[in-house]
Design a protein around this ligand. Sequence first.
Ligand SMILES: Cc1cc2nc3c(=O)[nH]c(=O)nc-3n(C[C@H](O)[C@H](O)[C@H](O)COP(=O)(O)OP(=O)(O)OC[C@H]3O[C@@H](n4cnc5c(N)ncnc54)[C@H](O)[C@@H]3O)c2cc1C
Ligand code: SF4
Length: 352
Amino acid sequence: MAKSVLVIGGGPAGLSAARALGKLGVPTVLVEKENKLGGRPVLESYHTLIPRKMTPSQVLGPYIEDVQSNGNVRIMLGTEIEACEGEAGDFKVSLSNGEKLEVSAIVVATGFQHFDSRRKGELGYGIYPDVITNLQLEQMFSKEGRLYRPSNGELPKRVAFVFCVGSRDRQLGVTNVHCCRYGCALSGLQASEIREKYPEVDVFCYYMDVRTYGTWEYPFYWAPQEEYGVRYVRGRIAEITFNPADGRLRVKHEDTIVQRPAEIPMDLVVLVLGMEPSPGTKKVAKILGLKQDPDSRFIVPSDESGSNIRSNKEGIFIAGACKGPIDIESSMAEGEAAAMEVLNFLGAKVTV
Ligand SMILES: Cc1cc2nc3c(=O)[nH]c(=O)nc-3n(C[C@H](O)[C@H](O)[C@H](O)COP(=O)(O)OP(=O)(O)OC[C@H]3O[C@@H](n4cnc5c(N)ncnc54)[C@H](O)[C@@H]3O)c2cc1C
Ligand code: SF4
């Protein structure tokens, strides 16, 4: 096999693709625009991952070590692609460091970005310090190891999780109507962690409906309620305000079960962030001429193929969150599936 395969993005999906290709003896170039491998879970210091309650380094560390130690994989950090010419089997790719690559096939694994909660002004993010995102809560746990109100450093008495921020939201237009898939389950885990460590803290989850897929239903929906005493409230949040008289937030919502408006004092509000295509995903899709969903701008698979890993361009494969919200294990499985598709495309013979 003369030419290499290019994998763009060193997150869970790209790492798995590069690892599998390397192990199968395929010369592979892994290009990552940041200076570290691991994607959002590592770059953003997630704390404990659903569903197996492991850390990012436990899940992704062995994959990072494998690509770093495999002589078939060349890793280029701090690098992006700038242009691409040619066709399947013979792509000529220009990189941001001035280097040019000749590759047979490309795997795109450029991932997602977190929704910017400032776009939901009524939730008070960026205005009230005690309105934080679930990503900030992960970082509070992973970097500081304790729960506190950013406004005064004290332990909150009451914490509210607000589900679906930047997801399933038609007020934002057509771009953010998709479900984030991970948010209900991660909130169930985070809420349980709070109750386990601080039993004196009351935790409320405000939801439209709870989507804990497949086997996630018991550990991340029922267990938070039955084993940890987390309270679930079906309600639409109208507004989050601040009451200077007691220094607490007010969560104004309509309880859609009893069909009454309510206003509850809270000390910390956690916004459960949606997922959007990363700037890198949009840029790479444009450079490579990949088809994107006209509304969400995620990359979509080819219409002609039954595979959800093949793009509309022959020889270019797509894996992970560049195609839409997805969890880490599925992203890794798609990375491996992309490696198999590449092998099939190259017609490579594997020697065992
Ligand atoms: C707050 C939050 C918590 C989450 N917690 C969990 C959890 O506990 N468990 C779980 O299963 N899922 C969780 N998820 C989902 C999880 O983050 C994704 O499933 C996963 O990160 C997707 O992996 P990926 O490789 O497709 O994309 P990413 O993780 O986004 O990785 C993409 C990589 O590509 C790089 N890149 C982007 N553009 C370019 C470019 N142009 N050139 C080169 N490199 C580029 C990026 O820098 C990045 O390293 C969470 C999501 C959020 C928002
Ligand atoms: S997974 Fe849950 S929080 Fe995320 S959009 Fe779907 S319903 Fe909302």
